[in-house]
Design a protein around this ligand. Structure first.
Ligand SMILES: *Cc1c(COP(=O)(O)O)cnc(C)c1O
Length: 397
């Protein structure tokens, strides 16, 4: 490994990304296409290399992100497939979004007017493009979206009547598809389906791209396939929740986190370790220092609870995780030496440390842990066992 990445690096396995996508695709209807959800920089894994890896898959409709800027960097990196912004977008970005053919979720009347004006301004500059939108329907999240009733129907009619707008899609989002009891999710699905039917019956409009499923839906709700499904957490080989069945779609974790031991010392019985002295040695102990901390997104909640892998063995965390360092017990790993590589997330020997396990131990959510792996951690992208590229926020500027 690169000397400058010895402190810490995250290895992102692009083959695993690809196989997770293929395995999900195999579990949905043949005609259903997929959207790869790569918001928050691809759940912390890196949106650009992942989009580049997936862009040419024929079953991939496109990508979804959360903000205008997340869309712009993908276009800047040469990504050409449709990009959908899932949340609200602010008017400052409309001209550029239209020009770059980024699809927006719409659900506010004022957005329709603003978009129409942006289309007209672009036309004056000689750029003739429509604003492509996906209507967001709220069927149970109470987050964003129009209601699936007369109000929603009225909004849809307005969208069709507004100059410069092209309604490409309509979608909703499940609040509880990751629970083993699917009654709440099925209720949302029924509401959405009957709304889409109602649109057909009352306006004659067949919206081209109808979608609602997230990762949990892809795995467990075949009735929710429709035109496309939106794969988020599962793309990264992580599970939507502990209740989702793990025997339907084979997923492989994509990210591993590695560091190296920078110091080893022996401490006497009664010696305290780290801030607050929450760990006190009950005998002579051999302690290794790892130069990673919560400043890198390694959760402080693992203080005194988690473990890492060294030479295929578990080394328990001693005392509190600091911002940039923490200590582990290597008394039972006599071969551990300064400079040895250690695994914080990933597998060694017969042991595996998953994001889900770290979530359980630290009392946090696996989605959140992935998103929070910090900028100080360089990402190393591998394919076919070889390093394809790297991303380091402290060096690539
Ligand atoms: C984040 C998000 C997804 C992806 O959810 P996962 O549970 O990660 O699959 C899909 N749709 C919308 C609207 C989202 O906000």
């Amino acid at each position: 490994m690169r000397e400058d990445y010895q402190r810490v690096y995250a290895e992102v396995n692009l083959d695993a990304i690809r196989s997770n996508m293929d395995n999900m695709k195999a579990n949905i209807a043949p005609e259903t296409r997929m959207i790869a959800v790569i918001k928050t920089d691809g759940y912390g894994h890196g949106a650009i290399p992942i989009a580049t890896e997936l862009e040419n898959l024929d079953y991939l409709f496109g990508f979804a992100v959360a903000t205008a800027e997340e869309a712009f960097i993908l276009r800047h990196a040469g990504i050409e497939k449709p990009i959908l912004i899932l949340g609200y977008t602010f008017p400052y970005s409309y001209e550029r979004l239209i020009e770059e053919e980024v699809r927006m979720a719409v659900f506010r009347e004022d957005t329709l007017q603003e978009l129409s004006e942006a289309v007209a301004r672009l036309a004056k500059k000689g750029i003739f493009k429509k604003a492509k939108v996906h209507i967001k329907v709220d069927t149970g999240m109470s987050r964003i979206g129009v209601r699936p009733d007369a109000e929603g129907l009225d909004f849809l009619r307005r969208a069709y009547r507004t100059d410069g707008i092209e309604v490409e899609g309509i979608f909703t989002h499940f609040a509880r598809a990751d629970e083993s009891d699917k009654s709440a999710a099925n209720k949302q699905l029924d509401l959405f389906k009957s709304f889409v039917n109602q649109i057909m019956e009352q306006t004659g409009i067949a919206i081209p791209v109808v979608h609602c499923s997230n990762s949990a839906g892809i795995i467990e709700m075949p009735d929710a396939n429709m035109d496309v499904v939106r794969a988020g957490i599962t793309l990264y080989g992580l599970w939507p929740s502990s209740q989702v069945r793990k025997d339907i779609v084979r997923l492989c974790p994509v990210l591993s986190l590695y560091s190296h031991i920078v110091y080893i010392k022996e401490i006497e019985e009664g010696t305290e370790v780290s801030y607050g002295g929450t760990y006190k040695a009950d005998g002579v102990r051999r302690v290794a220092t790892i130069p990673v901390g919560y400043g890198d997104g390694y959760p402080r909640g693992l203080s005194g609870k988690g473990f890492i892998l060294i030479h295929g063995k578990k080394a328990p965390i001693l005392g509190r995780i600091c911002m940039d360092q923490f200590m582990v017990d290597v008394t039972d790993i006599p071969e551990a030496a300064m400079g040895d590589r250690v695994t914080l997330i990933g597998s060694e020997g017969q042991h595996r440390i998953t994001m889900e396990l770290l979530g359980e131990l630290s009392g946090r959510f696996n989605y959140e842990l992935a998103c929070n792996i910090g900028k100080r951690v360089p990402r190393v992208y591998t394919k076919g066992g070889k390093i394809l590229s790297t991303k380091d926020y402290y060096q690539d500027f």
